[in-house]
Design a protein around this ligand. Structure first.
Ligand SMILES: *[C@@H]1O[C@H](CO)[C@@H](O)[C@H](O)[C@H]1NC(C)=O
Ligand SMILES: *[C@@H]1O[C@H](CO)[C@@H](O)[C@H](O)[C@H]1NC(C)=O
Length: 314
């Protein structure tokens, strides 16, 4: 009786140990198209609550389609986030308002936990460059983060929300941004992410060979084809993507961790309630902890040791 309850105790300790190790190793990067996030959404308490829960899952979260003309919605979201998850301190860095027409503009916003990620660089890709005149509607706002607890340590994020009708061209042009950033910051560790509109009618199969971001070497498209990143039941398209550059970065990703986060299912919302939040799911990926192997092995061998010990003594 005594020995069996001790065994149970050891087993539970083992479980807790493993869970902690796995929990500790998660560094989550997310990309979320918020579908017209601004004044009117920020006044809907249920929408803000769901957004807060979603963003609080991420160490770094790229927000797209931020249309906060009054400049109040993002600060409000941030303060809700810091109240909701007091274990972390969240900050945001935003691009300028981007877009070809002055009546329709969007910002890229990165929300990040200052205790796990440090912003070490930011760069607004210019409107026009020689040989590449105005390639994007919303030029990438490129950022670099240092994350000492991850295996990769430091990485660059290139965001993009493509214009649906210009998807092929914009995705191809992202390759030039990648090349420039690699040279400028002397790094190979680059992730490209966002609502690429890279599927269904916007990126025809025959056009894919024209996109260097697809055909280029050492580029890993992590969100599997045929994954639905849209909320509407009537649509199923892999619009939202995460792409990493470089073998080193690819190895620093938790295998098969890239996927959409179905918040409708997770938070038991109706389709209508979910659509109030966005018509996209966020896409997410996990970076390996710097002690990914070590700590897991330590936990495993420790519990094995205790298990054997208990067998010998009881
Ligand atoms: C598509 O790209 C071209 C040039 O790159 C630009 O002139 C045009 O306005 C773009 N279309 C939209 C809808 O942004
Ligand atoms: C984990 O171990 C494997 C093989 O021992 C090694 O190839 C890999 O780089 C290690 N990963 C980390 C994050 O240390």
């Amino acid at each position: 009786m005594r020995s069996s309850s001790l065994l149970l105790l050891l087993f539970l300790t083992f479980l807790v140990g493993v869970c902690e190790v796995q929990g500790a190793s998660d560094f989550r990067i997310c990309a979320f198209n918020l579908h017209h996030f601004g004044d009117s959404k920020s006044k809907k308490s249920n929408v803000m609550h769901t957004l807060t829960r979603i963003i609080a899952r991420c160490d770094v979260c790229l927000l797209q389609e931020v249309r906060d003309t009054q400049g109040k919605a993002v600060p409000l979201l941030l303060s809700r986030l810091n109240r909701y998850d007091a274990q972390h301190d969240y900050k945001a860095v935003a691009s300028e308002r981007l877009g070809r027409s002055s009546s329709y503009q969007e910002q890229y916003v990165f929300v990040y936990r200052t205790d796990t990620a440090t912003l070490t660089g930011q760069y607004q890709y210019p409107d026009d460059r020689p040989g590449d005149v105005d390639a994007f509607s919303r030029e990438p706002f490129v950022v670099r983060f240092k994350a000492p607890k991850t295996d990769i340590k430091e990485f660059v994020l290139i965001p993009q929300h493509t214009t649906p009708t210009n998807t092929t061209k914009e995705l191809d042009a992202l390759y030039d941004v990648l090349e420039q950033v690699k040279t400028m910051w002397k790094t190979q560790n680059v992730m490209l992410l966002g609502d690429f509109n890279a599927d269904c009618g916007y990126l025809a199969k025959k056009n894919r060979k024209k996109v260097r971001l697809i055909t280029g070497k050492s580029l890993y498209w992590l969100i599997p084809e045929k994954t639905d990143t849209t909320v509407r039941l009537s649509t199923s398209c892999t619009y939202d993507r995460i792409v990493v550059h470089g073998e080193r970065f690819a190895r620093a990703i938790v295998p098969l961790s890239a996927s959409p986060f179905n918040f409708q299912l997770e938070y038991r919302l109706t389709e209508e309630q979910a659509l109030e939040v966005s018509d996209h799911y966020p896409v997410e990926v996990l970076l390996k902890d710097n002690a990914y192997n070590v700590s897991f092995n330590a936990a495993t061998s420790m519990s094995l040791y205790l298990f054997l010990l208990s067998h010998f003594f009881f």
